[in-house]
Each structure stands twice: as structure tokens, then as C-alpha cells.
Design a protein around this ligand. Structure first.
Ligand SMILES: *Cc1c(COP(=O)(O)O)cnc(C)c1O
Length: 376
């Protein structure tokens, strides 16, 4: 068997909706399907406003422009994340201030945030790794005390909850990804979730090339014009139509991912204990988003052997992330190995198993068998 790490699939009306969008003749941004996606996201997540974007990266860029980030402003974030989390802010001239992670959830260590705050700090970006909520009670309290904005990178955490509240609704903004590797997808896409209505109007303008075209389409102004800085962050309505079909099936998609996660977790428990492998940890007060299933191997060498062995059986497991502060670009900001011991240790030992909607029970059993055979 050959089992990829990830694979996108259609689960409902994707093809029919794409055809409908194309036949309508209206395939540019903010068409019927985009509006339905925005409304669906607002309803499902409970955010005040959701705006579809061309990617999560672009939603992050939009958030940085909305917050008026200036050169020299400092942004606190975990080093254990995808590059877009910080690139969006670096494009505005911001300086990354990297924080270590908790060894249990791999989320930003909230107890270290305060020591990183300076008069230049503007934003904290918690990344809900694997769709398990960061310690938002503490993070929001710190943000309030120091008057900092919180932008939640919720690329992994759609439908996840922290103490009963949806991820993405804690900070002033949250961002989602609909990239091909995420739980719900349209290939490339994202969304900006806005939790403060004062940002709504300017968000629409920046997303529409700095024009008030959204107001014009609603009949609120009689012509549209250039009113602010901006860019082009609207996805085509063809992509929105694909995404809408996925949003309609969200419960089915999430149920399948939960089934895969639970099966891995249950069937690998004994094996993990015997081989000193750590299974993923989810606090009782977090409803996780079932974005991925990861294991922490005893050492880097054992992880590399494990990945190689699985590959020889046709199973593609992958690691995550090269910490930002150890990358070529990250080092330009003055960081060096040894700065973040927990991040450096765990990122070397983490491995993710195949997880996607079309992973059948037969395939799942096969992966589990191969895992058990791959630790010698
Ligand atoms: C996938 C991902 C992104 C970027 O998403 P795109 O939609 O590909 O731009 C950002 N942050 C995290 C944590 C991600 O996993």
C-alpha cells in the first residue's frame, strides 16, 4: 500500500457548486458563494465578522495592516510555527520576539510571555498547534494588562474550543486556512475573523485594494474610489463555491478525523508506552480540532529511522516544524541554537501520521501495523 501523509477530497457538492458558480458568469471575488461562506463561518464559529481571503497568510497580512503595525514594533509568537505567522508582520517592518513552547501541548508557553514584553510590543500571536487551544485565559489577561492586540493563528484549529469557547474568537482577530492540507479546504484559501466591529469597515477596504467597493455594492455610496492602503485578498467565487460544499459537510469531515485520531490513539497506546514514545496530549478543557495526529519519539535519530522505516512500507509520515529561530531567515534576527530548549528538543522528535478524509479503516489498520513494526 502507498499511503500519503495528506490528501484533499470532495465530500459533497463541490463539483456541482463550482459548475453553478461558473455558469452564473460571476466568478470574481465577493460573489454569492463567498457571501455564503462568510455567513456560514460567522454562524459556525460565532465570530462577529468573517471575511474569506486568498490564504491564511493573506489574512495575517490583512490583520497586520489593520493593526497599523510600524517598523520596529515587536510581535511575540512561538518559534514552533509556520513561517506565515511572522512573515505577514515582518512585511510591515515588525521584529519577531520568539517564545518557547509548553512541553505538554506544544503551544506558546504563556508563563514566559510577560518577560518578553517591552515598550515596543504590539501583538501576541498564539498558534493553536494541532487545533488544541493555547492558554487563552492567561494570554488575554496579559494582553489586557499591557494593552496588546492578540491575533490567533487558528490555521489548525477550526471548530476547536478552549473552555467551551471557539478558537479564533478570543483575540481581536483570528485567522483560518483552507489550504489543501487543512481540515476543510478549497486548495488555497483563508479567512479573517474579526471580533471587534470597529475594524469591519477598514478590513473590507484593505481587502478590496484600498477602495470602498464593498460599500458601493451595498448601495451605501454612489461611486467607489481609493480611500486607504490595500491589496487584493479576495478569492475567486469558484474557490468559495468549493469551500461552501466543505463547510456544509463540516460535521462529517470532523467526525471522520476524530475517528482516525481516536483509532491511532487507542491502538498505539501500549506500543507507545513500551517504546518510550509520547502520545499527543489534550487538556480536558480543550475540544481539539482533530487537525493532526502526532507522536514524540525518544530521540532525533529514532524519529528519522521511524520515518524511513514507514516509508519503506509505503507510509508517509512527516515532521514539523523547523523552528523559526533556527532557520536562515530567523537567525537574521539574532537568535541561535539553545535559545528555546523545549522547542528545539520537541521539534526534533515530533512525527505526524497520515490523516485525511479518505483514509479508510483498512489503510488505518495498515499504518498502525507498520508503526508497530517500525521501531526496531
Ligand atoms: C497552514 C498554516 C498557515 C498558512 O496558511 P495558508 O493558507 O497556506 O497561507 C499559517 N499558519 C499555520 C500555523 C499553518 O499551519
Amino acid at each position: 500500500m502507498n499511503i500519503p501523509f495528506s490528501k484533499a477530497s470532495t465530500v459533497g457538492n463541490e463539483i456541482a457548486y463550482m459548475q453553478e458558480a461558473i455558469e452564473s458568469g460571476q466568478i470574481s471575488g465577493d460573489g454569492r458563494f463567498t457571501k455564503r461562506c462568510n455567513a456560514e463561518l460567522e454562524k459556525l464559529i460565532g465570530c462577529q465578522k468573517a471575511l474569506l481571503t486568498t490564504s491564511c497568510t493573506h489574512a495575517l497580512e490583512l490583520s497586520a495592516i489593520l493593526l497599523n503595525i510600524q517598523p520596529g514594533d515587536e510581535v511575540i509568537l512561538p518559534s514552533f510555527t509556520f513561517v506565515s505567522t511572522i512573515n505577514a508582520f515582518i512585511l510591515r517592518g515588525a521584529v519577531p520576539i520568539i517564545c518557547d513552547i509548553r512541553s505538554d501541548t506544544l503551544n506558546i508557553d504563556e508563563t514566559q510571555i510577560e518577560s518578553l514584553i517591552t515598550p515596543r510590543t504590539r501583538v501576541i500571536i498564539p498558534v493553536h498547534y494541532a487545533g488544541v487551544g493555547c492558554e487563552m485565559d492567561r494570554i488575554m489577561a496579559i494582553a489586557q494588562e499591557y494593552n496588546l492586540a492578540v491575533v490567533e493563528d487558528n490555521a489548525h484549529g477550526l471548530f476547536g474550543k478552549y473552555k467551551g469557547k471557539n478558537l479564533g474568537t478570543f483575540g481581536i482577530m483570528g485567522v483560518q486556512s483552507f489550504h489543501g492540507t487543512k481540515n476543510l479546504t478549497c486548495g488555497e484559501g483563508g479567512a479573517l475573523l474579526i471580533n471587534d466591529s470597529q475594524l469591519n469597515e477598514r478590513a473590507e477596504i484593505i481587502r478590496e485594494k484600498g477602495t470602498n467597493r464593498s460599500k458601493f455594492f451595498r448601495g451605501e455610496v454612489d461611486k467607489y474610489t481609493w480611500v486607504d492602503v490595500g491589496s487584493s485578498y479576495l478569492p475567486s467565487d469558484i474557490l468559495a463555491s468549493f469551500l461552501l460544499a466543505q463547510l456544509e459537510m463540516w460535521q462529517k469531515i470532523q467526525a471522520k478525523r476524530k475517528h482516525i485520531w481516536d483509532t491511532y490513539n487507542k491502538n498505539l497506546k501500549k506500543w507507545a508506552e513500551k517504546n518510550c514514545v509520547k502520545q499527543q496530549f489534550v487538556p480536558t478543557y480543550c475540544d481539539q480540532a482533530y487537525h493532526e495526529y502526532y507522536l514524540i519519539m525518544p530521540s532525533l535519530e529514532q524519529r528519522q529511522n521511524f520515518i524511513e522505516n514507514l516509508k519503506s512500507h509505503g507510509v508517509h509520515a512527516v515532521f514539523h516544524y523547523i523552528p523559526l529561530h533556527l532557520s536562515k531567515m530567523g537567525r537574521r534576527y539574532g537568535s541561535k541554537p539553545g535559545d528555546l530548549p523545549i522547542t528545539e528538543d520537541l521539534s526534533e522528535r515530533l512525527v505526524r501520521l497520515p490523516m485525511f478524509y479518505d483514509l479508510s479503516d483498512d489503510m488505518l489498520d495498515y499504518v498502525i501495523d507498520c508503526v508497530k513494526k517500525s521501531t526496531k
